[in-house]
Unconditional design. Structure first.
Length: 125
């Protein structure tokens, strides 16, 4: 089996393990309502970009980012204990803006559809 075949499974494995670690080892008062949305492990398996979302605004996301970066080595150690890999990747935490972008785009499309419908009704009358 090639690396290409394993990469999505490895990404999902690391995501699940990190989600479990964060849920069991940290409280919401420490971290906020952060959720791991996706993980991208590098081809050489030396690094993993960990994308997360939070409930609330930008301040909550930044607070969670600072917290996760501060506790990166402990989280990585826990990951190494829970997922047995040849090498435990270095974790790079990032706020996942994709969901917010998608929601904003959906809102724009909805508004455009409403305007189009109003425009069509106006010309039908």
């Amino acid at each position: 089996m090639s690396n290409i075949d394993r990469t999505p499974r490895l990404n999902e494995l690391v995501k699940r393990a990190l989600s479990n670690i964060i849920q069991t080892e940290y409280t919401h008062s420490e971290l906020g309502w952060a959720t791991i949305s996706r993980v991208v492990v590098s081809k050489d398996m030396q690094h993993a970009r960990v994308f997360f979302t939070t409930l609330g605004g930008e301040a909550e996301g930044n607070k969670a980012l600072v917290f996760l970066k501060k506790h990166q080595s402990k989280i990585r150690f826990s990951l190494g204990k829970s997922v047995h890999l040849r090498y435990t990747p270095e974790l790079i935490f990032e706020i996942d803006f994709e969901l917010k972008k998608a929601l904003k785009l959906e809102s724009i499309i909805d508004k455009a559809s409403e305007l189009t419908a109003k425009h069509e009704r106006h010309f039908e009358d």
